[in-house]
Design a protein. Structure first.
Length: 366
């Protein structure tokens, strides 16, 4: 059902895009259940889709976005970097003051406030300040170095709960030889950095990982002992004495954020063209949902270990070298040849449960 809902949503958005462009309007951005377009074409889209509304006839299928005070955001300036990275705002022509009404925290929301002593109302305030800085740089490129300088001695730090066995196991070295009282326990919080400096052996970014550090001591985090989230290697060590170099400066985060390219479209500035992809059977991978651990993936990135991947059984069976592998698999040659014959002819595969288990176990450990 979720596949059909998403497909239907995209069909509606594509129809709305075509409708607007045929009427000499512009579509700036859309994503799953929302669309940003020229204000004068809002009613056109609303009226066009109204007959599809199965609910209250007075309610519009496409409603105009509102701010927290229920003011319609129907005539604001849109600034977009890439998918899910955008802001709606106004800019006074005289004072040059920028007023932000709505913004996306995608790619920023997991980071802790680098200025925790400013007595701000909530963590979203600092994300809004980043957008203020991004827009300031946009209108005044010469101010870039000055704007980013205030973040130079601040670092990208996140907080993650030890909510799975996998995450808890990464504290093994911290917990070694400690009493239960002093160990990191399930659902305790961890302090995590953003990977950017690579490990010399694995060539993978080192992700600093250490027990939770409260707000008052957060400025000391980059100088504390940590383990690499992926490898478990302890830092500092004989190769790296300076732990600070593994913590990504917020100035670099902001720069990378503004330079982030849109992967689904071609072009850099202005109205981008939709990217066309050539798909064949070799480019298709059978996977499950995008990630099984949303919080973990948001902070440390999606890795091989935190999304489900499914095998194409037909391809697996056809890929077996029966003469060389049948003994390792533990299945007779005749059985494997019969399965391969069915796979080649497109017949339905119905291996015995034990046979299937042995094949999948062999592939998994190969």
């Amino acid at each position: 059902m979720s596949v059909f809902l998403t497909a239907c949503s995209r069909l509606i958005l594509s129809t709305a895009e075509t409708l607007v462009k045929k009427n000499k309007g512009q579509v700036f951005y859309f994503d799953t259940d929302s669309i940003f377009l020229t204000p004068e074409h809002v009613e056109l889209v609303q009226d066009f889709f109204q007959p599809l509304n199965p609910y209250d006839v007075d309610a519009k299928m496409f409603k105009v976005e509102e701010d927290d005070d229920h003011n319609l955001l129907h005539d604001k300036i849109f600034y977009g970097i890439s998918a899910k990275r955008y802001v709606l705002y106004d800019r006074d022509d005289v004072s040059k003051k920028i007023t932000i009404y709505k913004y996306s925290a995608h790619g920023l929301g997991h980071l802790l406030d680098p200025f925790p002593n400013n007595n701000k109302k909530d963590k979203e305030d600092w994300n809004e300040n980043i957008w203020q800085d991004i827009l300031t740089i946009h209108y005044n490129p010469e101010s870039k170095d000055t704007v980013l300088e205030k973040y130079q001695e601040k670092f990208a730090i996140s907080q993650m709960s030890a909510s799975t066995v996998d995450i808890l196991n990464r504290f093994e070295k911290f917990n070694d030889r400690k009493s239960y009282k002093n160990k990191i326990k399930p659902f305790n919080f961890a302090t995590v950095g953003t990977g950017w400096k690579k490990d010399l052996e694995t060539d993978e970014p080192v992700i600093p990982f250490l027990p939770y550090v409260d707000e008052k001591k957060r400025q000391d985090v980059p100088y504390m002992k940590f383990v690499d989230y992926k490898t478990g290697k302890v830092y500092p060590n004989e190769d790296f004495i300076n732990t600070e170099e593994f913590w990504k400066p917020i100035s670099k985060v902001v720069k990378d954020y503004t330079d982030h390219k849109e992967s689904k479209s071609d072009g850099n500035v202005g109205e981008l063209k939709r990217k066309h992809l050539l798909i064949n059977k070799f480019s298709i991978r059978y996977i499950g949902k995008e990630s099984n651990e949303l919080e973990e993936s948001d902070i440390v990135g999606v890795t091989e270990g935190n999304y489900a991947k499914y095998l194409n059984l037909r391809e697996v069976i056809l890929g077996i070298d029966v003469y060389k592998e049948h003994k390792k698999i533990g299945v007779s040659k005749s059985n494997l040849f019969e399965l391969q014959k069915k796979a080649k002819n497109g017949e339905k595969l119905k291996p015995q449960k034990e046979t299937l288990k042995k094949i999948l176990n062999y592939v998994k450990n190969r």
